[in-house]
Design a protein around this ligand. Structure first.
Ligand code: SF4
Length: 260
């Protein structure tokens, strides 16, 4: 007949509390089973890292490994992050896993902007980190960190679930090192939205429009203050014949839309 082991609750409690005890504060021995002394930072960081809700963002093959990490064999539930949130407003961690195409970047940045602080980004795999096997391809960007700040990079093509879990542990370490007195999200203007990149013939950052203009429209004259270069940077007037064609097309469109 097997006997049930006797659980010494006072020892168990002490074991669980010991990591929170502040080194410099001595708790009297008779109070140690009931009193916990810790720092605000420790509690703040412990609660955040223990329930870091991930935003699913699977873009290609790496996503399969991310999905496997959340399945029963690897068990993300032990980190309090078993449910992948479809809403950025409920998420703390964006896992970008897979090939980041130029077409997808505006959506990623927009979703990142919709996440509330504190928010973190984990770049999973060679593609998300630097373009991977498609680097310099005409449809792919060379790393999501060119558009949003990345906290942890997980290398591999694809990274295994173990590698992703290691990356999550590294993120936990980063969270543990933060202090409530210095974290950026309690400062004025620290969490401003990132301008969403524009997808045209190529993708570009709206903050770099002036530089792009100068380089494509003849930077030499504009940069030196030459009249010719400056004139080329000004909006060009629409010729009269083009205006007439536009008006004719608009009138035709309106006529078609009129109820019979
Ligand atoms: S890093 Fe490799 S496995 Fe991951 S999305 Fe790119 S090609 Fe696929």
């Amino acid at each position: 007949m097997t006997t049930t082991p006797v659980v010494k609750f006072s020892e168990l409690k002490q074991e669980q509390l010991s990591e929170f005890l502040h080194d410099r504060i001595q708790v009297p021995e008779d109070l140690q089973a009931n009193v916990m002394v810790t720092t605000l930072d420790k509690v703040y960081n412990w609660s955040r890292k223990s329930s870091m809700w991930p935003l699913l963002f699977g873009l290609a093959c790496c996503a399969i490994e991310m999905i496997a990490t959340a399945a029963s064999r690897y068990d993300l539930a032990r980190f309090g992050m078993e449910v992948m949130r479809p809403s950025p407003r409920q998420s703390d961690l964006m896992i970008v896993s897979g090939t980041v195409t130029k077409k997808m970047v505006p959506a990623i940045v927009r979703i990142y902007n919709q996440m509330a602080e504190p928010r973190y980004v984990l770049s999973m795999g060679a593609c998300a980190t630097g373009g991977g096997p498609f680097k310099e391809g005409y449809t792919v960007v060379s790393g999501i960190d060119k558009y949003i700040p990345v906290d942890v990079y997980v290398p591999g093509c694809p990274p295994t679930p173990e590698a992703l879990i290691y990356g999550l542990l590294k993120l936990h370490e980063k969270v543990e090192r933060q202090s409530i007195t210095t974290v950026p999200w309690y400062r004025k203007g620290a969490s401003e939205a990132i301008p969403v990149p524009v997808l045209g013939p190529d993708i570009f950052d709206p903050r770099k429009v002036q530089i792009i203009k100068e380089q494509t429209l003849g930077s030499a004259g504009a940069a030196k203050g030459g009249a010719a270069g400056k004139a080329r940077l000004q909006p060009q007037p629409i010729p009269e014949d083009v205006k007439a064609r536009i008006h004719a097309a608009q009138a035709k469109y309106r006529a078609q839309k009129q109820p019979a």
